[in-house]
Design a protein around this ligand. Structure first.
Ligand code: CNA
Length: 239
């Protein structure tokens, strides 16, 4: 594919690459995304999915929130795929400055990429709302009903729910790295979730590349758009 050759040339010519990932990067690891044809938004739930994953639902209907969270977002068994592993090689070669991700599955970390900004938090961190005691993800996913701390408080996953702010450190790190990058590869994201998607506008470098199955609102601004499966693209790329 001609586009893959072009992307390879851009990677070869760049030394401060930032990779901005969304749920589509993890579908090859068996984790459903939200908005594609096999995504979670095609299923029927008690409330609309945006509400199921909102701070309002966590506060008003915690039973429903945790029922959804535990049945739909449990990806403890998932393993990194070819795209995650390519990024690890790119980092080892000194060419990748950072991964900025909207994913909460921890797969970039499992691939041992060290510079990862998790804009929407991670399922692997969970804290008691009352006493702030840390709990591992297994406790939350494997308990019955609402996960409770020994102090009686509710254990809250450290994932950003609709209606909540992005974590300041991750956001600032993302802005800094994207604004200094020479190549920004945006992959597996519909770019429909704000404020994460607007981070693309911080990019001032040479090449903006979008790799995604479906169209995104930023396609017209990119230097290269590849509408293809990420696995098919990244399997062919060299470091
Ligand atoms: P989204 O809106 O569901 O978009 C995913 C995009 O990926 C779609 O446009 C698809 O076309 C594309 N896509 C899916 N599979 C592939 C593939 N194999 N190759 C190429 N493209 C593919 O998800 P976003 O990440 O844009 O939305 C942000 C939400 C989704 C964040 O709040 C996440 O926390 C949330 N989310 C995360 C996960 C995860 O951590 N793995 C899973 C589901 C949802």
């Amino acid at each position: 594919m001609k586009e893959i050759e072009l992307l390879q040339e851009m990677i070869d010519a760049s030394s401060h690459i930032v990779f901005f990932s969304g749920a589509g990067v993890s579908t090859a690891s068996g984790i459903k995304d939200f908005r594609s044809k096999d995504g979670l938004y095609q299923e029927k739930f008690k409330y609309p999915p945006e509400y199921m994953l909102s701070a309002a639902c966590f506060d008003e209907h915690p039973e429903d929130f945790f029922q959804f969270y535990k049945s739909k977002l449990n990806c403890l068994e998932a393993r990194p795929n070819v795209t995650h592993m390519y990024l690890k090689k790119l980092e080892d070669a000194g060419k990748l400055s950072a991964v900025v991700t909207q994913n909460i599955d921890g797969l970039h970390g499992k691939a041992e990429v060290s510079c990862v900004y998790e804009l929407h938090g991670t399922i692997y961190e969970n804290y008691c709302e009352k006493c702030h005691q840390f709990y591992p993800a297994e406790i939350v996913f494997e308990c019955e009903g609402i996960p409770k701390c020994h102090c009686g408080g509710t254990i809250k996953p450290n994932v950003v729910l609709y209606g909540e702010m992005l974590p300041e450190d991750a956001y600032n790190g993302a802005v800094l790295n994207i604004s200094k990058a020479d190549l920004l590869i945006v992959a597996g994201t519909s770019l429909l979730v704000e404020p994460a998607s607007s981070l693309v506008r911080c990019f001032q470098g040479k090449h903006l590349v979008i790799v995604n199955l479906d169209e995104t609102p930023y396609d017209s601004q990119a230097d290269l758009v590849i509408h293809a499966n990420l696995e098919d693209v990244f399997r062919q790329l060299k470091v």
